[in-house]
Design a protein. Structure first.
Length: 120
């Protein structure tokens, strides 16, 4: 019984710290955190750019599910919750939309590689 009495203050401290940690996991400055489990199609529509050390990559997503990569390669696209599938020349590229807003989009491919795009 004396072990339980001596453990109570430590348990209370642990619970207090846990509550503080969990309650501080919100975004700063009142910024809304995106629940990326259901990405809006409307946010995706438009032209997005990213670059590597040598190449500027552009994707244009049209409202009808078609698109253009690099301004010349046509593709079709589909969005299921937060999974973006681009089909071009019979090949499917599947990415997860990690974050998206009116200005930026963060995609992750099947290998875990990430790319940040800027809306034009």
């Amino acid at each position: 019984m004396s072990i339980l009495k001596s453990a109570k203050p430590h348990l209370l401290t642990l619970l207090t710290i846990s509550f503080f940690f969990l309650s501080s996991c919100s975004s700063e400055d009142g910024e809304q955190v995106l629940d990326n489990s259901n990405v809006s199609r409307e946010l995706l529509i438009g032209t997005w750019e990213t670059s590597t050390e040598t190449v500027l990559i552009t994707y244009t997503f049209n409202d009808d599910g078609t698109g253009i990569k690099f301004g010349r390669d046509n593709y079709t696209w589909r969005l299921d919750t937060n999974v973006l599938t681009i089909t071009r020349n019979g090949r499917k590229d599947i990415s997860q939309i990690i974050e998206i807003d009116n200005q930026t989009m963060l995609l992750q491919d099947a290998n875990g590689g990430r790319a940040e795009f800027t809306k034009q």
